[in-house]
Write a protein that binds this ligand. Sequence first.
Ligand code: PAF
Length: 298
Amino acid sequence: MKVIRTITELRQEIGLKRQATQSRESIVGLVPTMGYLHEGHASLMHAAKQQSDIVVLSIFVNPIQFGPNEDFDSYPRDEARDVETARAQGVDIVFIPSVEEMYPQQTQTTVSVSSLTDRLCGASRPGHFDGVTTVVSKLFNIVQPQRAFFGMKDAQQVAVIQQMVNDLNMPVEIVPCPIVREQDGLALSSRNVYLSAEDRQEALVLSKALRAAQEAVDISADTTAADIRRILRENIGRSSRAVIDYAEIQAFPSLEPLADQEKVHGRDDILMALAVKFGKTRLIDNTRLQRAEVLSHV
Ligand code: PAF
């Protein structure tokens, strides 16, 4: 496995690796990350390994997707451990550029997806998705992957990137990968490291709320979007430390909010999504409603 820090060297190395598989066009799979890798990232690398000939993992804490009062400086970093994790997963190339390598001068070009980014995380983190789509476009141009792997924990990010790829005819397949959870239900996130032991315990209200909402749909085919919103809020409200940013139900991937009276029965395009703060730590979680369970109770 090679650890590469410059764009020129990365392009050379991918070129050499492509030439090594002369008999056919090799598939380059990109796993873009901000490092501090956990089992969720491992599942992305695993999927990339299965579906590509050459796996490139990028590790870059992207300053332009953090707001001025956000955690760019304190975002957890552990390069040595990340490199070992990547090696264990069979990654071929780890790309770890500096901020100067990615942004050698003041950025004058921004890739921006419009209405999908106005809501949910976009509403409370203005400019965040512009930072994401700009850096992901740069990574796509640098690596030129045929496939790119993203975790569904950031479901809005997946929807936004898919929209960008469609709109700009980027020749890359976006592969969304399922959320990975701790045994007790907490969705894995690099930011979980910020949680105190008490908040870590309280944070279980997120996955419990999502399960309770799914159960309500399983029990009654009359469950409405308003019921789901109420159930999500009630369950999160069981933690006195939880401050809700949003607890929403919407179509996926359009992210159009469902009207209160809308029934969710029989639909398989629905996403319940949460963003909740515990102290300074903002956690997100989501789940797609399971259609089969809805229909089994009709
Ligand atoms: O999901 C992330 O870790 C980041 O938003 C990404 C896609 C690597 C872009 O910086």
